[in-house]
Design a protein around this ligand. Structure first.
Ligand code: GH3
Ligand code: MG
Ligand code: MG
Ligand code: MG
Length: 313
């Protein structure tokens, strides 16, 4: 009965309501064993601009979570053979998934279920049958809040690149992924050469522009999967998944060549150029994260000692 009512609500209503929530974007995972409801949700959310994947069992959802990155999960509680609760357990165990926003969809309007889900980490609980518009608004609002929060918590306000907190979090996730799907992975430490001289000669404001300029230039020389973070004052760090030490060195050398070639800042008719020193380290199985970072830092230090303006492994 509930399903039929949902179908009726879904059917004739959805003409002409395209993009009810404009500007929506993100990748959603819909986990529900009800084929009709699931394909309805996929279609409606796609019309609203989302990328939507769907799974009809917990087992399939688990596999999909390991193969793709999702911004939000819509999870049905009553499924067979495993209930939605079993996906909760799986999400909680893995740091990669723990923070994915999650909305429970349930036919049970039961306070114990609601409390249990919210205590387990669900962000919202929507009772079936529901109006699509209400669910879409909840999804939109949860994604917007999550993004705002991430912006504040994980971005460096001066340069807009990720901050150290994000790097510390992300490096563990990347290592998890590397253990699951073996591939080389490297990090690169970057420290601006004689940055004090720039601050001392031209002032702190120019120094800040240099940091912004370098962040921008580095970003242009990285792949979409590379993670650039400001590690400290004038130090940046890059995580390069799927890159051996040698590949990472070549990539950073290209970035350094570009840095050398063009002024990093142009301000009131003056041009400012810099170089940097960079240390690269490839992860090897069993190497603790702290030691991996120390290896890159040591390589960077050697680059300084050998005269700066170079990339060392
Ligand atoms: P080296 O080649 O050995 O790295 O020399 P350096 O002068 O770059 O190194 P040092 O660590 O002595 O100086 C780093 C300077 O970076 C010191 C500090 O004033 C400056 N700095 C750190 N954070 C900021 C910032 O946010 N803005 C500006 N303008 N300067 C910063
Ligand atoms: Mg169900
Ligand atoms: Mg430094
Ligand atoms: Mg420096």
């Amino acid at each position: 009965l509930i399903l039929q009512r949902q179908q009726q609500q879904a059917g004739p209503n959805d003409q002409g309501q395209r993009n009810a929530v404009s500007g929506s974007s993100g990748k959603l995972l819909v986990v529900d064993d009800d084929d009709v409801l699931r394909s309805f949700l996929v279609r409606r959310f796609e019309l609203d601009g989302y990328v939507v994947h769907d799974a009809n069992t917990v087992e399939l959802a688990k596999r999909m979570l390991h193969e793709d990155v999702y911004d939000l999960i819509l999870l049905d509680l009553m499924m067979h053979p495993q209930s939605g609760y079993e996906l909760f357990d799986h999400l909680k165990e893995d740091p990669t998934f723990r923070w994915i926003p999650l909305i429970v969809l349930s036919a049970r309007n039961d306070v114990h279920d609601k409390v249990r889900c919210l205590m387990l980490g669900a962000n919202d609980y929507v009772t079936k049958p529901f109006q699509y518009e209400e669910l879409a608004a909840r999804v939109y609002s949860l994604l917007a809040r999550t993004r705002n929060f991430e912006q504040l918590a994980f971005r460096d306000p001066l340069t807009g690149v990720f901050n150290r907190r994000y790097f510390d979090h992300q490096i563990e996730l990347e290592l998890h992924r590397t253990v699951r799907f073996p591939a080389p992975i490297s990090i690169a430490f970057i420290d601006i050469d004689r940055f004090k001289t720039i601050n001392d000669s031209y002032g702190h404001a120019i120094g800040d522009l240099v940091l912004q300029g370098l962040a921008h230039l580095l970003q242009q020389h990285l792949r979409a999967t590379d993670v650039l973070a400001r590690y400290g004052g004038e130090e940046f760090v890059v995580v390069l998944p799927n890159a051996s030490g040698g590949q990472a060195v070549r990539q950073m050398e290209e970035a350094l060549a570009a840095t050398r070639r063009q002024p990093i800042v142009q301000h009131e008719g003056q041009s400012f150029s810099i170089t940097f020193s960079c240390g690269v380290a490839e992860w090897t199985p069993g190497l603790p994260t702290a030691q991996w970072i120390a290896l890159a830092d040591e390589a960077m230090y050697r680059a300084k000692q050998q005269g700066r303006d170079r990339v060392l492994l």
